[in-house]
Design a protein around this ligand. Structure first.
Ligand SMILES: *[C@@H]1O[C@H](CO)[C@@H](O)[C@H](O)[C@H]1NC(C)=O
Ligand SMILES: *[C@@H]1O[C@H](CO)[C@@H](O)[C@H](O)[C@H]1NC(C)=O
Ligand SMILES: *[C@@H]1O[C@H](CO)[C@@H](O)[C@H](O)[C@H]1NC(C)=O
Ligand SMILES: *[C@@H]1O[C@H](CO)[C@@H](O)[C@H](O)[C@H]1NC(C)=O
Ligand SMILES: *[C@@H]1O[C@H](CO)[C@@H](O)[C@H](O)[C@H]1NC(C)=O
Length: 896
């Protein structure tokens, strides 16, 4: 049902409720009850939700709108809860009662929709007659809007029609005749506070109610008038009114004392319990110390409760020396909660109206007093909302609960960092906002927001962790008062879910190819190639291509961002570094790709011209290539830039030296920094360049930079028993090291192999080569295969015979028997009539013999008896236990 019901619709509802003009039976939804000296009308307004009702009091002739002033003056109180349930209380001695015997009281009222005119048809007249005959000599009612005291005026005694007036003073003669039967009339009232004496009319105008009936006199006062006082009675604040009422008959004036005292406080509470204390002795009302409490009762909404109901609801009524104490569990069914929003904060009030009744006796003017307090309590409690984070990070959805509220609160909107949306929009966006009822009568809302939604912010506290942050403010409104309030919260969830970009690379003869896969966070990083950030211009230069997930670049091996690690005669090892950094300068990937590219560094021409290319290498970073010279420092580079220095000179110049080795003439020179230009050790740069000239054969030798060689890793030499090495030349003094491989050789060049038995100090063992052969694949048994040594002898089929070289002792060779050397001509490797180019590997089967026991034919010497007893030697060679066979292979050799 909406808030904006028209009167027409309400008219229908009122009819449905049974509120109709001129109806006589008590309609459904209306309850009329006699509660001692009070009469109560209750109207169930649940179907009139959001609309108040108003009442008119019937004064015997007309209906008078029940204003606040009229209500407190005349003993009415109308009260409604937020759902339109209305209670109308009237004192039995309300202004308009008519009773001859002070026992039968009737209240008539009319109820109508608030705001509707008095003449409106949509109203209902209720009337109730109650009988109350057990008057105490003084009855006090503390209602929420008035204090009322009714005292006995005449004491009925035995004997017809004889009644004695209380406290009768005579002697005031106003000159009128004495008439015994003329009625006693209210004349004046004197209030104790302020001491003011007023006429009855003046008192009425000030909102007081004063009346006399056949047996009683009544004073009714609103709270907080100038004539009331506030007193502390046993720790409870009370409003007190005390007055002497003067009654007059002819020349006779009588005075009555009327006092009322009503509590305005005395409530304390905890989260669980409301405690209300009333002083046991309400001293402003007492004239002696000797007071006896006859009975006391607790009630709710003006109606006494029986013991069973009290027990069922956990109400407690106790009496101490000083107080009567009512204890009510917070949230009990007789009260109700209501939401409130003040200054954008959420509060709830718990409202309940307990009642206390006491009857006490004392030896005084009024020997018994019935005392009744209807005490509405509204307890306001801040209930700051909370957000409960039920997120399970792995599910990648924020799951939250915001609560808790009474049912009279609605969630209106949700503010994210990206803006405000309504609840309907949130649901359309898939956030699944649902109201959840809690068992304690409160409610809340659940919501789910996927981590992937744009309202979720992302941050990376470390490289591989993502923080998902949901900043949210819920906007609420209280339904009854339409007051807004809100609750903010920040939820954070972390996942180690970052896939970092990956970099892979390959090379061909000229280019590095780098492929970058973006990872989980897109192309959200800076690329540094070499020392430079990859700007659009550089990207263009490097043939940058990209799609949604990858980009690639192709970088030439001589590009400025490549660095040269090492140089060989015909190869240049170049390295490309690629670093990916995020916007916080964290390195996401540090990649480097190192490849060897073929490049001719030295050329020897038959006319005696030598050319050499010197390259800036990484190990000498500050080298200025234009400062390089040959041995003769006048010989400067023919050309230089920041990468290369190019020398071209004749072998007879520039300090070139010449030496003869075997049948070769070897010319050597050196490239180094001009003397005087060497600033630091790191600037030292020395390369030896040489050319060998044989008979119509020219070849180059490798060179390297000195004295900053790359570190050499000696790959597990220590465990090898037998090794095969390739010597630089037939002197067998210098050998290629691991890092020189693949060794590049021209076809004309012979290969000088040495096979060594290592780590043996036994002169009695001897190493023999049984079979040696070459393959173009690394696998020993691969084909094609070229035999070099067969059964310990040169392969006679090969026109370029393999040649054994003698071994002589020197610093390295301690036991000649542990070494064998042989020379292979590369033209041996013919495939389909053409000399092989490309890679080869050389393999040998090695026999290690005991020199003292040459049982095997091989052990008698390398190719000793083979040539004479050609076909017989193979037999039972391995039948003896004295020979060991080892296998050994060369590394890759490239023929060009
Ligand atoms: C969201 O709701 C709150 C609480 O009801 C209200 O104060 C605020 O103005 C609303 N915001 C928007 C943009 O509607
Ligand atoms: C993007 O490029 C990479 C190679 O760079 C390729 O593997 C991938 O399939 C491409 N993706 C699309 C969507 O084209
Ligand atoms: C030697 O030969 C090379 C290659 O043919 C040539 O470039 C160079 O100029 C020649 N040098 C001389 C001094 O003739
Ligand atoms: C190298 O030295 C030359 C001559 O001294 C000079 O002109 C040139 O600027 C230097 N180059 C660098 C990169 O320092
Ligand atoms: C093998 O034959 C050669 C001649 O061909 C001869 O000189 C040599 O002594 C012979 N060796 C043996 C061990 O018979």
């Amino acid at each position: 049902m909406g808030h904006f019901l028209g009167f027409g619709m309400l008219w229908f509802l009122l009819l449905a409720l049974g509120i109709g003009a001129q109806k006589h039976s008590v309609p459904r939804g209306i309850d009329l009850e006699c509660l001692g000296n009070l009469i109560r009308f209750s109207l169930d307004g649940s179907q009139l939700w959001g609309h108040g009702l108003e009442a008119d009091a019937f004064d015997g002739a007309n209906f008078i709108p029940l204003t606040r002033k009229l209500a407190s003056q005349c003993g009415y109180r109308m009260q409604s809860d937020p759902w339109g349930n209305v209670k109308l209380f009237a004192s039995a001695q309300h202004c308009f009662f008519e009773s001859n015997d002070d026992e039968t009281f009737t209240v008539t009222a009319r109820i109508r929709l608030s705001g509707s005119p008095v003449s409106e048809a949509a109203m209902y007249t209720v009337s109730k007659t109650c009988i109350y005959s057990v008057w105490a000599s003084r009855e006090i009612i503390c209602n929420a809007n008035y204090m009322e005291v009714s005292v006995i005026r005449r004491v009925p005694t035995t004997g017809d029609d004889f009644e004695k007036e209380l406290t009768e003073y005579e002697g005031v003669d106003d000159g009128s005749d004495y008439e015994v039967d003329s009625p006693l009339k209210l004349w004046k009232v004197q209030f104790h506070t302020g001491g003011q004496t007023m006429t009855i009319e003046e008192a009425h105008n000030k909102g007081y109610g004063l009346a006399v009936s056949s047996t009683r006199a009544l004073l009714r006062s609103p709270y907080n008038t100038p004539e009331t006082a506030t007193l502390d009675v046993s720790g409870v604040p009370m409003q007190v009114i005390k007055a002497h009422t003067f009654l007059k008959r002819k020349w006779m004036v009588k005075t009555l004392e009327s006092s009322a005292a009503c509590p305005t406080g005395g409530v304390t509470f905890t989260e669980e319990m409301i405690t209300w204390r009333l002083p046991l002795k309400i001293t402003p009302l007492l004239s002696s110390e000797h007071v006896t409490i006859i009975e006391y009762h607790m009630g709710i909404d003006g109606k006494r409760l029986d013991a069973t109901t009290m027990a069922a609801r956990n109400y407690r009524l106790t009496m101490t020396d000083s107080h009567i104490i009512v204890e009510i569990p917070m949230g009990s069914v007789d009260g109700y909660y209501k939401s409130q929003a003040t200054d954008y904060q959420y509060y709830i009030t718990y409202n309940i109206e307990p009642m206390l009744e006491m009857l006490w006796k004392e030896t005084a003017m009024y020997d018994d007093t019935r005392y009744k307090v209807l005490f509405p309590i509204a307890i306001k409690m801040a209930r700051p909302p909370f957000i409960q984070d039920n997120t399970v990070a792995e599910k990648r959805v924020f799951d939250l609960f915001v609560g808790s509220f009474r049912s009279d609160v609605a969630l209106v909107n949700i503010t994210f960092e990206t803006g405000v949306i309504s609840v309907a929009e949130a649901n359309a966006q898939g956030f699944n906002v649902q109201e959840q009822l809690l068992p304690n009568g409160f409610k809340g809302y659940t919501m789910q927001v996927p981590f992937s939604d744009p309202v979720v912010r992302r941050e990376n506290p470390t490289l591989d962790v993502t923080d998902y942050i949901l900043s949210v403010t819920f906007g609420f409104v209280t339904l009854l008062e339409n007051a807004p309030f809100s609750h903010p919260g920040i939820l954070k969830s972390s996942l180690q879910d970052v896939v970092l970009p990956t970099v892979t690379g390959t090379c061909d003869l000229e280019y590095f190819y780098v492929n970058v896969a973006y990872g989980s966070q897109g192309h959200n990083f800076v690329v540094v190639v070499g020392q430079r950030e990859l700007t659009p211009d550089i990207a263009n230069e490097y043939r940058y291509t990209q799609n949604d997930t990858h980009f690639t670049i192709a970088v030439h091996f001589l590009a400025p961002d490549a660095v040269f690690e090492i140089v060989w005669a015909s190869l240049l090892r170049s390295r490309l570094n690629v670093v990916l950094k995020n916007n916080r300068d964290w390195t996401l990937n540090d990649f480097s790709l190192s490849c060897s590219f073929p490049m001719t560094m030295i050329e020897c021409f038959p006319n005696g011209t030598m050319t050499a290319l010197a390259v800036k290498v990484e190990s000498v970073p500050d080298l200025n290539l234009s400062h390089l010279t040959l041995r003769d420092s006048r010989c400067k580079p023919a050309y230089s830039d920041h990468i290369f220095a190019f020398f071209s000179f004749n072998v007879n110049s520039c300090g070139t030296t010449r030496k003869f080795i075997n049948n070769y003439m070897i010319y050597e020179n050196e490239v180094s920094l001009e003397s005087g230009k060497v600033a630091t050790a790191a600037d030292q740069y020395l390369i030896t360049i040489s050319c060998s000239y044989g008979i119509s054969i020219t070849y180059t030798l490798p060179f390297n930079t000195m004295p900053n060689p790359e570190p050499v890793v000696d790959a597990a030499m220590g465990v090898l028993l037998v090794r095969m090495q390739l010597a630089l030349d037939s002197s067998y003094l210098v050998f290629y090291l691991d890092e020189h491989y693949p060794v590049v050789k021209y076809l004309q060049e012979p290969l000088y192999f040495e096979v060594e038995l290592m780590r043996s100090t036994d002169p009695q063992v001897e190493l023999f080569l049984e079979n040696c052969w070459a393959t173009s694949e690394e696998e020993r048994t691969s084909v094609p295969k070229w035999d070099l040594i067969v059964d310990g002898c040169q392969n006679l089929v090969d026109p370029y015979h393999t040649m054994f070289h003698p071994v002589s002792a020197d610093a390295r060779v301690h036991f000649r028997s542990h070494f064998k050397r042989f020379e292979v001509k590369m033209f041996s490797f013919v495939s389909e009539g053409v000399a092989l180019k490309g890679q080869i590997f050389v393999h040998c089967d090695v026999v290690i013999c005991d020199a003292n026991s040459p049982t095997d034919s091989l052990c008698r010497g390398q190719c000793m008896n083979k040539q004479n007893t050609s076909a017989t030697s193979k037999r039972d060679r391995r039948s003896t236990g004295n020979a060991r066979v080892e296998q050994v292979s060369s590394r890759k050799i490239v023929l060009i």
